[in-house]
Design a protein around this ligand. Structure first.
Ligand code: COA
Length: 384
């Protein structure tokens, strides 16, 4: 296979991960800070509705608790793009100045930061990249695509487009990029996942206010022919979707067709957490085992699992099923304790932060799962 721009370059059609990048917002919220703010909101709400509550017309809101959050989810803190307004009981949402169309949008800005990190680690110049995929749970606007704005900011020729598969956006992006490489349509593709989840989280909902955090990741998927000496061979990718109402976000451009419910709680993230837990764990564990068998990989020989970061208990169960024993932190590292659930970025943060110590020949698995339901597996082997 030849590269059309560089006819002398013989491409292999074998996709690899050349590097990853990470942008972490400087501000972070601990569970104690979050619960203090939430409980202040509860006090305000219950005081404002005291008469209706006394008359039995309105149910009082209950306090959140640090102990519950940590025990039920494993989350201890989360990064956010704007801490003060999120913690202000009168606001409880992100706030920043609206930017003009001539300024880089905030979602593109953090995507660019993560992308630059990945490019620098790969020793890659933007002009060598052929495509940008912005793969994330939410897009800041409908168009022009976030990916095209990121492409323009980095100075990349070629093409870009947005894709949304909720928590599995990044792994679906990796497969899409890998398929471009396999087909010879591109030799270098950036998969960027800016996740500003603080914008879709209902900070006033006790059941979910602790779940999410903000971050951006980038994965550079390239043809093995141009990869830096140290990279990860992509051994196989597999995607799966199964419709479920158990995780929903009904925000969309048609909300204005029924203005009376345009700001209802279902226009933010809502889930039946228990059901998600029970249904997704067996689905994902089986998917991993089936894909490992298809690829001829012994799952018990996997050196490391970089799993989606939603719930420590889910990861414990999935890792146990895959490895055949209780996974150590070394075998299945956790980042949700300090990042929270960062949607599609979670497994990529884990991979980014916990891969340098592995040795050439080590095989591991990047795996995401979430709303849709959706799940993606990317089996990788270290080279160099
Ligand atoms: N503080 C204190 N108590 C709380 C609370 C809070 N913030 N939120 C809920 N509770 C209470 C509930 O009211 C309930 O009380 P009850 O037993 O008296 O009815 C109890 O704690 C258990 O609630 P439940 O919602 O069943 O908790 P859980 O153990 O299922 O944990 C999640 C909740 C969300 C952490 C967990 O279900 C989860 O992580 N699921 C998977 C989510 C996931 O992966 N989603 C993918 C998104 S991308």
């Amino acid at each position: 296979m030849q590269d059309s721009q560089h006819p002398s370059l013989a491409l292999t059609g074998r996709p690899v991960i050349s590097a990853t990048g990470l942008f972490t917002p400087p501000e972070s919220i601990t569970n104690a800070e979050l619960v203090e703010s939430f409980n202040a909101f509860v006090d305000r709400h219950n005081a404002a509705h005291a008469d209706a509550i006394a008359a039995g017309e309105v149910a009082p809101l209950a306090y959140s608790s640090v102990e519950f959050i940590e025990k039920a989810s494993g989350i201890k803190a989360r990064h956010v793009m704007a801490k003060a307004p999120v913690l202000d009981p009168a606001i409880m949402a992100p706030r920043w100045d609206e930017r003009s169309n001539d300024d880089l949008s905030i979602m593109a800005e953090i995507g660019v930061a993560a992308a630059r990190d990945a490019l620098a680690r790969a020793g890659r110049a933007p002009e060598d990249v052929d495509a940008v995929l912005c793969a994330a749970s939410n897009m800041q606007r409908a168009y022009p695509a976030m990916a095209i704005e990121i492409q323009q900011a980095l100075g990349i020729e070629g093409f870009g487009f947005d894709m949304n598969v909720a928590c599995s956006s990044a792994t679906f992006g990796i497969q899409t990029a890998a398929d471009y490489v396999r087909a010879g349509h591109a030799k270098s593709v950036l998969v960027v996942s800016p996740e500003i989840t603080s914008g879709h989280l209902n900070w006033r909902d006790r059941d979910s206010h602790f779940i999410f955090g903000d971050v951006a990741t980038a994965v550079l998927v390239e043809d093995a022919a141009i990869a830096p000496p140290q990279h990860w061979d992509i051994l196989g990718t597999k995607l799966k979707t199964v419709f479920s109402n158990n995780i929903r976000n009904n925000f969309g451009f048609l909300n204005r067709a029924h203005p009376e419910t345009a700001d209802a709680p279902d226009k933010l993230f809502v889930q039946e957490g228990r059901k998600v837990f029970k249904e997704v764990v067996p689905m994902v564990a089986q998917m991993i085992l089936d894909e490992a068998a298809r690829l001829g990989i012994d799952p018990e020989g996997l050196r490391r699992l970089w799993l989606h970061q939603a719930n420590a208990g889910m990861n414990r169960l999935i890792a146990h099923k895959v490895l055949g024993h209780e996974a150590s932190e070394d075998e299945s590292p956790t980042v949700l304790d300090t990042y929270g659930n960062t949607s599609s970025a979670g497994s990529i943060i884990a991979f980014h932060q916990h891969q340098a110590d592995l040795t050439p020949g080590d095989t591991g698995l990047i795996c995401s799962f979430g709303a849709g339901y959706s799940a993606g597996t990317v089996f990788v082997r270290k080279v160099g």
